[in-house]
Design a protein around this ligand. Structure first.
Ligand code: CA
Length: 486
């Protein structure tokens, strides 16, 4: 998809009123017109309650159909409404990526007693207790669903770890003991072995589990009609499992089926390693770029903007990189809080929407705003305009002017169309830069489509223009009258 744009449709505080799917359905046509080519929907599974964002993942076969945890619908609506929303989006040509939470399960139906050891929370390979019997929430038999879609029942031996012993009331990281039981391999080596993240940690090396998750994935795709997957928390999931599941899905649904993984690491080497381990089958979020944005937005004048793409996935594997500014985990109050400072938001979005590299993802919290007790306003008007600019002008050769620590710019030549796109960023004072759009534009007039400058730029006989920006801002310029408009 040329100049595709992904939309993360939810934020942590998205209203739990059950209208989410209905609204998404009604908005499908509008989203397509604005320029979104794909959407990432929240985890569709029944969680711990009607307020669950979806990451507790109680039952992979309950998409808002059974009366469990005091609700039939999920936070977002019913199964029928989910299917109707996806259908409406696909009808408008928008791809839909489902969020698969396969690292862990939560809100079990009953407790089980089994042997376990405590491990050091900072080095999970280090056992710090004798084996002893604990009682924990690992039994899932889904009584209300009554074997519909699947008769698989989850027990403690389908998991590797848990963090709470009901018997003693003790919180710790417990490694479950048994035949062939150990932490999964090919996971992040932070904390020694970062298989365990939260809740009941799924054992992806258990053959019955693998079979069941493959089946659940097929069922989910067939039931909902999604054509892409976002894998949650893959840093904690055996890379071979993700590779083989993706391979299987590709074989069944074709090589256009899309895969995206959330591997939360600042070190681009770890992300690159996972790309290798999964044989280039999945794209990954460019988390290092998010942290470059975060640092630049915090450091202001002291950050060297010429290095904004240094050590990022976008710079190593541009065709595997999904670029983003913020998400539901980085927003204020959440587990990975690292929200980009407001003054830098537009700059960051220019860096993902107007560049050649990366597949940009726009966050609902930045688009509509963030709800809850401490609401934050969104930037819908600004982003709608930027999406329009991307769709119309962000094509062709890219000429960089990464000239000064606080002043960078680039030109997209857009050779085959209306007008070049000139982008200029100053993280310091108000500034200007001479940039060359080509002699063929001599005497033509460029205007600032970001709306910050009323002054126009006239291109001289050499094709140079003196473009202005700042302080702490981005401007983006195109021909005053593009050829197709005149
Ligand atoms: Ca795990």
């Amino acid at each position: 998809m040329i100049n595709g744009v992904l939309f993360q449709t939810f934020e942590w505080e998205t209203e739990a009123d059950g209208n989410f799917y209905k609204n998404l359905k009604n908005d499908a046509k509008n989203l397509a017109e604005i320029g979104f080519t794909a959407v990432w929907i929240p985890p569709a599974y029944k969680g711990a309650s009607v307020f669950d964002v979806g990451y507790t993942a109680y039952d992979y076969y309950d998409l808002g159909e059974f009366d469990v945890h005091n609700t039939v619908r999920t936070k977002y609506g019913t199964k029928e409404e989910l299917i109707a929303a996806i259908k409406a989006l696909r009808t408008e040509g928008i791809s839909v990526y489902g969020d698969l939470v396969y690292n862990h399960k939560g809100s079990a139906d009953y407790t089980e007693k089994f042997m376990a050891v405590e491990v050091d929370q900072f080095d999970r390979n280090k056992v710090i207790s004798q084996p002893y019997k604990i009682e924990a929430w690992t039994g899932f038999d889904f009584p209300q669903r009554n074997n519909k879609y699947s008769d698989f029942k989850w027990h403690y031996y389908h998991f590797d770890g848990i963090d709470y012993d009901v018997k003693s009331g003790k919180r710790a990281i417990y490694k479950i003991l048994g035949e062939n039981k150990d932490w999964d391999q090919k996971v992040s080596n932070e904390m020694g072995n970062y298989d365990y993240l939260m809740n009941a940690d799924i054992d992806h090396e258990h053959p019955d589990v693998r079979r069941e998750l493959f089946k659940a994935t097929e069922w989910f795709i067939d039931t909902t009609g999604i054509n892409g997957i976002r894998y949650d928390a893959i840093k904690h999931i055996n890379a071979d499992f993700i590779k083989e599941l993706s391979k299987y899905i590709t074989k069944k649904y074709g090589d256009k089926f899309y895969f995206l993984g959330e591997y939360w690491a600042i070190d681009e080497g770890m992300i690159e390693n996972y790309i290798d381990q999964t044989e280039f089958r999945i794209d990954l979020f460019d988390v290092p770029l998010h942290f470059n944005f975060k640092n630049a937005s915090m450091d202001g004048n002291n950050y060297d903007m010429r290095k904004i793409f240094d050590n990022t996935l976008t710079s190593i594997h541009p065709d595997k990189s999904v670029t983003f500014v913020d998400n539901h985990d980085t927003q204020p109050g959440q587990s990975l809080e690292s929200f980009i400072e407001p003054w830098f938001k537009e700059i960051a979005y220019a860096l993902i929407l107007f560049r050649k590299s990366g597949y940009p993802c726009i966050f609902a919290g930045d688009y509509y705003g963030i709800g809850g007790e401490n609401p934050i306003a969104g930037h819908k008007e600004m982003l709608d305009n930027m999406l329009y600019i991307r769709k119309k002008y962000a094509y062709g050769e890219e000429i960089d002017y990464f000239n000064e620590p606080q002043l960078i710019g680039w030109i997209r030549k857009n050779e085959n169309n209306n007008s070049p796109l000139v982008v200029l960023i100053s993280t310091g004072d108000k500034n200007e830069m001479k940039m060359n759009v080509g002699e063929e534009f001599s005497k033509k007039v460029f205007v600032d489509k970001s709306g910050k400058n009323v002054d126009e730029v006239v291109i001289d006989e050499n094709g140079d223009g003196l473009f202005t920006v700042g302080p702490g801002a981005v401007t983006y310029w195109t021909l005053k009258e593009s050829l197709e408009d005149s």
